[in-house]
Design a protein around this ligand. Structure first.
Ligand SMILES: [Fe+2]
Length: 396
């Protein structure tokens, strides 16, 4: 994220003395990507950010992935997953590979303090609302927000709405950012980008809290399933002790409704719907929009073989025209793996002719390595989607 932000109290020149009211020095911390060679921010702490008083194991939820074999498209019904404790420890692993993990949680409770040291997270809020407190400041999130939270950012989720918080977490083993082609060489959003800086919400003021011996749940690289492990760090003073920060690396929120869909006379390919990218995967969103207006246009997608990728569609709202008759509805995921051609269900092409508007909201993740099934995904697999185009499955 190359957009410079400044919050709270910082000294006029970097790496110089910044004093507390009692005359002591604040601790300056650089948080930076790619060594010291990419985006970074400078944070000014009341305490010493390295301080630890204890460290003990945190047993992560089941991170094992089963290969999608025999190879079939799948329909996973996320709304069948039961309510869990919170939006972090309650995540159920749905799909994943060596680059990205997709998990889902329905929760009402406050999460522990948490940071993901394996990569950036893009957490899509399907329903509900929350305050996300971070070391950079607090962010309010609501339905259809994406929260991008950089690797190693200490934060916690505090649901605020009446209804439970439904979070769809896309955890990268890399960084997640707007597509490079949307940006100038210096990082400004270009005119053809479907969104820009004004659409991003960022922490507005420092968040300071008091506390001693605070636990922080750290997800990090390790020797467990998925190359992951967990540790609980106990820190002597509250981690939210940053009086000011500046730089180009910070959490931010983007609401899907602020994405301006690109439409055409004939069907536009999914890259026009791209919103973010990570290493070896992309995130796209399909929004309510005017559809293709050539007099002979076919508004639903053509059949397609994305020969290099697996495609995960999460159906958030509306009627998904191309999937009519397949059983897919709100809260569903379809997995269309590489090696299988997919497209509209029978009758959907004819049914779409003459349509002027699609009322559909979906978030798509395309991965370049095959996805395996996590325990959460396997638990809500409808077991019959693969046969939905032909109308019959294997003989009993
Ligand atoms: Fe597709």
């Amino acid at each position: 994220m190359a957009y410079y932000r400044q919050v709270g109290s910082i000294p006029p020149k970097r790496h110089t003395q910044h004093r507390r009211p009692d005359g002591g020095l604040y601790s300056e911390e650089l948080v930076g990507e790619e060594g010291f060679s990419s985006d970074s921010s400078l944070l000014y702490h009341r305490g010493i950010p390295s301080s630890l008083v204890d460290a003990r194991p945190w047993t992560l939820g089941d991170q094992a992935l089963a290969p999608n074999q025999p190879l079939i498209p799948r329909h996973l019904k996320l709304h069948d997953l039961p309510e869990a404790k919170d939006a972090v420890t309650g995540r159920r692993l749905v799909l994943g590979n060596a680059d990205v993990r997709i998990s889902y949680a329905v929760s009402r409770g406050a999460s522990p303090y948490y940071r993901n040291a394996t990569g950036d997270e893009c957490v899509f809020v399907e329903r509900g609302a929350a305050t996300v407190e971070t070391v950079f400041g607090a962010l309010e999130v609501r339905k259809n927000d994406y929260l991008i939270i950089p690797r190693n950012t200490t934060h916690r989720w505090l649901p605020t709405g009446e209804e439970p918080l439904r979070t769809y977490a896309i955890e990268a083993n890399s960084h997640i950012a707007p597509p490079k082609r949307y940006l100038s060489r210096y990082g400004q959003f270009l005119e053809h980008s479907p969104y820009c800086e004004r659409d991003l919400r960022t922490p507005a003021e420092p968040l300071l809290a008091e506390g001693t011996d605070v636990e922080i749940y750290v997800k990090h690289r390790g020797d467990g399933p998925g190359g992951l492990a967990g540790t609980i760090h106990v820190v002597p003073e509250h981690p939210f002790d940053v009086v000011g920060w500046d730089g180009c690396l910070y959490p931010y929120v983007f609401n899907l409704a602020d994405f301006e869909p690109i439409t055409g006379r004939v069907h536009q390919p999914p890259p026009v719907h791209q919103v973010f990218e990570g290493a070896n995967f992309v995130i796209c969103n399909f929004l309510p929009r005017k559809v293709d207006y050539h007099p002979l246009a076919i508004p639903v997608p053509y059949y397609h073989s994305n020969v290099d990728s697996d495609e995960v569609m999460f159906y958030v709202d509306g009627d998904y025209e191309a999937r009519k008759g397949s059983g897919i509805g709100q809260g569903s995921i379809s997995l269309h793996p590489g090696g299988h051609s997919h497209g509209p269900q029978p009758g959907a092409v004819e049914g779409s002719l003459g349509a002027e508007f699609f009322d559909e909201t979906a978030v798509m993740v395309d991965t370049f390595r095959p996805l395996g099934l996590g325990e959460g995904g396997a638990a809500v697999d409808d077991g019959k989607y693969a046969w939905s185009w032909s109308g019959r499955g294997p003989a009993a």
